[in-house]
Ligand binder design. Sequence first.
Ligand code: E4P
Length: 219
Amino acid sequence: MRFFIDTANLDQIKEAKDLGILDGVTTNPSLMAKEGIKGKRNIKNHYAKIAELADGGDVSAEVISTDFEGMKKEAHEFAKIAPNIVIKVPMIKDGVKTLRYLSDNGIKTNCTLIFSAGQALLAAKAGASYISPFIGRIDDITWDGIGLINQIAEMYAVQMFDTEILAASIRNSNHIVQAAIAGADIVTCPLSPILGLLKHPLTDIGLEKFLADHRKGNK
Ligand code: E4P
């Protein structure tokens, strides 16, 4: 399974990269706004920095238009920034049309705001490279986010779709493990749930004992 980091924060991206586990980056308009990145030119410059840091790993840049012509124009502008830019398109009617257009023109896409297997089916049919089911937001309303990943993984396997499942809206480390078991190809999340995978009290106790025994034996 590949690990993407879900942030527009350059320090967090660097930290994940230094850990040696970074395969790509996803952003969205909320994450860009959180970093204070405003205006077309600044947004494009920031994507260029992220794309460089990602070292060839895919970087999702989300369009803000909701009509086909607008999405198409934004997509071409973003695609010029770097070869590893992937166009993130919302799951709406004109978004589906945009997925098909971009796929036919050799531009990679990530269909975002996926909350059902039906939406995942339509996005795959339109040629999406990735789909982003939002696990956390589904769990937030007491539905089953991981159950949706299971369903989509089974459907894509039966139908032999190439579209990859990018589990998004990850709230904790267990979501990462469960998404891996359910058949997600990639998870995207902030750095903290990734670092949470490191933690186990028996690891800390065990290491402390090894080091104490070493000190005793080397007095
Ligand atoms: C990623 O592509 C999504 O935009 C993101 O994971 C959404 O996460 P949130 O539900 O925590 O905002």
